[in-house]
Design a protein around this ligand. Structure first.
Ligand code: GLC
Length: 507
């Protein structure tokens, strides 16, 4: 009987702890207060009671059990909404199976989106889908190791622009790849971390190892490419050569570098589809789009040769987030090399870890992390969410948390939506893409790092995300000042990460 009572106490304690349960405990406060009283009564009597006592309080035990059942049903319902969304966005095409970020706005496979989405599938124990997601992407790896930012598995849906022909890979990158239905740029390297997560979530370790064996060489080649082709000064920091490579497309970080690209005539922006599907105030400007495409022209002129691009383009930047994710993935790759007993690679991945850790120090100045413009050899002193992401690894966490509290949330107004740009920046705009709104993926990354330093604050931010999603829907991003969703609805990574948030899973 004591065991039963203890078990109930553990269950209730557990339910009161994490934010999801905290939220429930708010709405069900009345019931819980009764249980808490009942439990304290039981606790006090545990040693001096008998079966008679149990009989006397059996109503409370029954109530706790039935409450747990109700909570489980509620939890299942919430999870199934997100699961349905992911299923609906999951596409089978010939030998590929992948998840589109949004059927309406992004109807193809995006590289880092797939990484975030894998975390959702792993939490749902849908291992095979998670494996397929990565395999379908890595089938499009270039000979030099590049993993494209978008794969256009099917060309049936041609509503997305820029379409594959803009990249002209069949002519300009023919030495590097025989396929042409993809882009010629990358996105942040989250993949090795996602693949390790898939292995860890697989109850069948033999099957798990089979998957790792299948994907390992490709992951290793991907990281080798980043160090060989994107780190010319051997600093442990990979550069990006297009804003889209950062995943934070129109962040104000890029403004000053992009302004060096001269636009004489508006040639391309008329083909845009994004600002016709979504309120244009929430999207990048036309001049920014002209510059995005001008950069692609430079890649083509230089036949996608990284050294030539480095010399001939105005946009070469070492981004904090990109390299934080590279570091996280290096740790994962190192662990995978251990699992597969690849001795030489264990040494190499350790070297990469140390190099990138040291490299990140170069990006730190006066209490914050900034991107570095390699064309003018200067830090870009704009405070954006990218600068908060080293919270996962840095020894400067106190400084990061202090800026987070002062500039990215508004504790006084009880606003815990982490904005993508400092609220004190002149360019702050709560609804425009990466220039102010809250994004769920990076918020989850920050919550995960913050949990080791300020659990209360982390839980408040987590609870805020959960509430936003539950009241507004699975939006691409959220107004960081008011209660509204922005961009597209039914967005895959928001659903995937929502599952991780309510199950209290760390990135
Ligand atoms: C937007 C986001 C980018 C994401 C893509 C697909 O372009 O800025 O990070 O990968 O949409 O969801």
């Amino acid at each position: 009987m004591i065991t039963i009572i203890c078990a109930q106490i553990v269950i209730v304690k557990e339910y009161c702890r994490s934010p999801y349960k905290y939220k429930l405990s708010l709405s069900l406060d009345y019931f819980f207060s009764i249980f808490r009283v009942a439990i304290s009564v039981c606790k006090a009597k545990i040693f001096s009671t008998s079966i008679k006592f149990f009989n006397q309080y059996k109503f409370f035990f029954w109530a706790i059990i039935s409450m747990k059942k109700k909570l489980d049903i509620l939890l299942e319902k919430k999870i199934s909404t997100a699961n349905n969304l992911l299923n609906n966005n999951n596409i089978k095409h010939h030998n590929s199976q992948f998840t589109v970020p949004s059927k309406n706005l992004y109807p193809h496979q995006w590289s880092w989106d797939s990484g975030w989405i894998v975390y959702g599938y792993c939490s749902l124990e849908q291992i095979s889908k998670a494996e397929q997601e990565m395999i379908s992407l890595f089938n499009y790896q270039w000979k030099n190791g590049l993993i494209p930012s978008i794969v256009f598995h099917s060309l049936e849906d041609d509503t997305y622009w820029p379409s594959p022909d803009i990249w002209n890979l069949s002519n300009d990158a023919k030495k590097l790849t025989s396929k042409s239905n993809m882009t010629g740029i990358v996105q942040p390297p989250i993949h090795a971390a996602a693949c390790l997560k898939i292995y860890e979530s697989n109850g069948n370790k033999i099957r798990g190892k089979e998957f790792l064996t299948k994907i390992y060489d490709k992951l290793f080649l991907w990281h080798s490419y980043l160090y060989k082709e994107r780190d010319p000064n051997n600093e442990g920091l990979a550069f990006i050569r297009h804003p889209w490579e950062s995943g934070m497309d129109n962040s104000p970080i890029w403004d000053s570098s992009l302004e060096r690209i001269k636009i004489d005539e508006f040639k391309y922006s008329k083909y845009r589809t994004d600002n016709k599907k979504i309120n244009s105030e929430e999207r990048p400007t036309d001049i920014t789009y002209e510059r995005y495409i001008k950069l692609i022209e430079i890649f083509k002129e230089n036949k996608y040769n990284e050294k030539e691009i480095l010399n001939n383009s105005e946009f070469i930047i070492q981004d904090v987030l990109f390299n934080v994710l590279l570091l996280k993935s290096n740790y994962a790759l190192n662990q995978i090399a251990e699992i597969l007993d690849r001795k030489k690679d264990i040494v190499t991945t350790n070297k990469w870890i140390n190099k990138t850790k040291k490299g990140l120090d170069k990006l730190y100045q006066d209490g914050f992390y900034y991107d570095y413009d390699m064309k003018i050899n200067k830090l870009i002193k704009v405070k954006t969410i990218t600068g908060l992401t080293p919270i996962m690894y840095s020894n400067k966490t106190e400084e990061i948390i202090s800026v987070l509290k002062k500039e990215f949330i508004d504790i006084e107004r009880d606003n815990y939506s982490i904005s993508s740009l400092s609220r004190l920046d002149d360019k702050f705009d709560p609804i425009n893409y990466w220039r102010g709104p809250m994004w769920i993926n990076l918020t989850w990354l920050i919550i995960s790092g913050l949990k080791d330093h300020d659990i209360k604050l982390a839980e408040k931010i987590q609870l805020n995300c959960i509430k936003k999603i539950e009241t507004l829907g699975f939006y691409e991003y959220y107004n960081s000042l008011n209660n509204s969703g922005c961009g597209v609805n039914h967005f895959s990574w928001t659903a995937a990460i929502y599952i991780c948030l309510i199950l209290d899973i760390k990135f």
